[in-house]
Design a protein around this ligand. Sequence first.
Ligand code: C2E
Ligand code: MG
Ligand code: MG
Ligand code: MG
Length: 290
Amino acid sequence: KAKQAGKNRAQPYAPHMQADALARVHLEADLRIAVEQRAFELHYQPIVDSASGTLVGAEALLRWKHPERGMIPPIEFIPVAEDCGLIVQIGEWVLREAMRQRRDWLARGYPPLRLAVNVSGVQFGETGLPELLRTLLAECDTARDALILEITESVLMGGSDSVEARMRDIKEQGICFALDDFGTGFSSLSYLKRFPVDIVKIDRSFVRDCPDDRNDASLVEAIINMAHSLGLRVTAEGVESAEQREFLRALGCDYLQGYLIGKPLAADAFEAMMAPLRSVAAAPDCTESC
Ligand code: C2E
Ligand code: MG
Ligand code: MG
Ligand code: MG
């Protein structure tokens, strides 16, 4: 009887698990093909200076153009790519493409943007990253402070000296670090003290209910003040309303990013958005420092 019950209990799960595992195998196989065929695209989301509203940069966000399923958002395939190691190749493509695009815009008279690129912990752990960055910076003749690597607290969580050393090596090349999704991880405060981070990105879950939710408003204020007292700049993610923008501006938050400012756009649409900022001559490559 127990066996029967066990069987009954297991039944609804077994096919489901199998389907999941199968879907995963398919996804991984498709992802391998996508890497070979470069079926990826970067979208760019504007980041503005909070006080002036000036466009200062953009975050590059990865999209997968799947032949049958259309655009697949990163949360669906990045964890898979991390598990099977493909994230290293994908991440290299992202860095190369973002820097090529920045160089191309600059050559055609668009303003010098600071481009923020997300780097996965797996990719960050690769010993070749500082070397790759050195090569790309030279190839694209990129100004100091033009590239920002967005990492999450989980990258720092290993807490090892090698992470710190690698960060310093990368920083010496004139690359900045932003701590992404700030506030959602663990022991954020000690990380800020120890690791050479330049920018803190307040996670959008804290911004969402500001300024109405008193707790969230207090947390956001505390993060901004703490970051500033440590000499860091602050970007707020997920700014969707004018009230949020005014609230963040009043607190002295340095940079704003979110649907209110602009949604992530394909390169040509982002370019069209920047058209009024275009000059006849190629712009000099200089960016405001971190
Ligand atoms: P993230 O780095 O925190 O990026 C911000 C995400 O929030 C983006 O989602 C963006 O579209 C979304 N977002 C921006 N403003 C708003 C807003 O006002 N409201 C709301 N509701 N959402 C907003 P996306 O593009 O789906 O990316 C999700 C995550 O995938 C990213 O979170 C990042 O962790 C990861 N990711 C994206 N591109 C890459 C990449 O090239 N490499 C790696 N390793 N991870 C990436
Ligand atoms: Mg990010
Ligand atoms: Mg983020
Ligand atoms: Mg986020």
